[in-house]
Design a binder for this molecule. Structure first.
Ligand code: S3P
Length: 431
């Protein structure tokens, strides 16, 4: 994809459904009794990999034009897959499904693409093994491909070293199949869609916030007889909306209304960051849909300034850091991003991919052990962007390209399909 600078993005957009919520709707619908109906499901490659895995586990899933119908067979209704489960590029599929598979009476093997098979799985293997699970890394490198065989699971309390919704969700899902109570404490609250949605499906799940003023958060689950199918409307993904928020703020003479976006506080850290950077951004028509807060987001071109982003806000904007870094490059002053070492184990090492590509566009960006320092305010110029097939790098640098002098080439831009098929077409509404 080749892009050049533009001005005056005006109009309304909608973005596809939330990726995290779409994955969970398929997984929980598959192990619930009865039919689950999902609207505004994200038809991105990652979520389609989740559908494919559950079909291979014997669940009938109808992917209709306007909805998904999952004919769940209950907590104990999955059947042995004939072949390997292909999780593609999706860390969420891999880590969450492992929690479910650990509790099944059959063997399963799962594997993904090169990037997925190099991401750390010890973070789920350790707690699952503490629960009694038989899970191993086939190449003995603590990565996928993974092999899971039947085991009797028992409840544990797990003090997670990382604030990771994938780790938390994996353990809670295994907890559905364990004897007794399972709880997970994380250093600060990561996205809580699993907790909210499992409660809607009828799970016996409680949330406990630390009383000592610390940021720690605990979720506790007890096994139940069954989950029950639900009707779910997936809100627009704030992680996808983030690119249009940034485009509206950075491209001169712009005003964009992004409709129907999930603003769950465990996801919406980017909104706080925008405000602190001086953005003209407002939330309109705030409402609740299916237990999740939703709003329309209005942004207008703004002069931004650098800030420091660190601590417990990090898990609430972890996927938005590439686009926040682009905003920082165009803001006056210096932005410090700290406590974000998790960026190293995403679809690419995002500390490296973000700072390397920013430097290629003329920005003074310095990688650090747990984040980056960006000295903003210099105009960007066009460059060849090496995405390393990371969808969020492709989209973040497409927005940078809209503000940069000259031509920018986004290499392997098709990787946007992982979370945002139609990303480039969405701009047509704004020109
Ligand atoms: C996700 C959790 C986050 C996020 C990922 C989706 C989820 O990962 O980066 O894109 O749906 O649970 P971690 O849990 O590893 O932080």
């Amino acid at each position: 994809m080749e892009l050049t600078n533009i001005t005056g993005l005006k109009g309304e957009v909608t973005v596809p459904g939330d990726k995290s919520i779409s994955h969970r709707s398929i997984m929980f619908g598959s192990i619930a009794k009865g039919t689950t109906e999902v609207h505004n499901f994200l038809q991105g490659a990652d979520c389609l990999a989740t559908i494919d895995c559950f079909r291979r586990l014997g669940i009938e899933i109808e992917n209709k034009e306007t909805s998904i119908l999952i004919h769940g067979k209950g907590l104990h209704g999955l059947s042995a897959p004939a072949n390997l489960l292909d999780v593609g590029n999706s860390g969420t599929t891999t880590r969450l499904i492992s929690g479910i598979l650990a509790g099944q009476p059959f063997d399963s093997k799962l594997s993904g693409d090169e990037s997925l098979n190099s991401r750390p799985m010890k973070r789920i293997m350790d707690p699952l093994r503490q629960m009694g699970a038989n899970i191993s890394s086939i190449l003995r490198n603590d990565c996928a491909p993974l092999f899971i065989t039947p085991a009797r699971l028992h409840g544990i309390h797990y003090d997670s070293p990382v604030a990771s919704a994938q780790v938390k969700s994996c353990i809670l899902l295994a907890g559905l199949y364990a004897d007794g109570e399972t709880s997970v404490t994380e250093p600060s609250l990561s996205r809580n869609h699993t907790e909210l949605m499992l409660q809607e499906f009828g799970a016996d799940l409680r949330l406990i916030h630390a009383l000592d003023g610390s940021t720690k958060a605990t979720a506790l689950i007890r096994p139940c007889d069954e989950l029950y199918g639900q009707k779910i409307t997936v809100p627009g993904d704030i992680s996808s909306a983030a690119y249009f928020i940034a485009a509206g703020l950075l491209v001169p003479d712009s005003e964009i209304l992004i409709r129907n976006i999930g603003i769950n506080p465990t996801r919406a850290g980017i909104l706080n960051v925008c405000e602190e950077m001086g953005a003209d951004i407002s939330l309109l028509n705030q409402r609740k849909e299916g237990g999740e807060p939703v709003a329309d987001i209005l942004v207008r071109t703004s002069r931004l300034h650098g800030i420091t982003i660190k601590g417990e806000i990090i898990p609430t904007l972890i996927d938005e850091i590439p686009i926040i870094a682009v905003m920082a490059a165009l803001a006056e002053g210096t932005t410090f991003i700290r406590d974000a070492e998790e960026l190293k184990v995403k679809e690419s090492d995002r500390i490296e991919t973000v700072t390397d590509n920013l430097k290629a566009m003329g920005c003074d960006a310095i990688p650090t052990a747990d984040g980056m320092v960006i000295r903003g305010g210099r105009p960007l110029h066009g460059a060849a962007i090496h995405t390393l097939l990371d969808h969020r790098i492709a989209m973040a640098f497409s927005i940078a390209a809209l503000t940069a002098e000259g031509h920018t080439k986004i290499l392997d831009s098709h990787c946007v399909d992982v979370s945002f098929p139609g990303f480039y077409d969405t701009f047509e509404n704004l020109l």
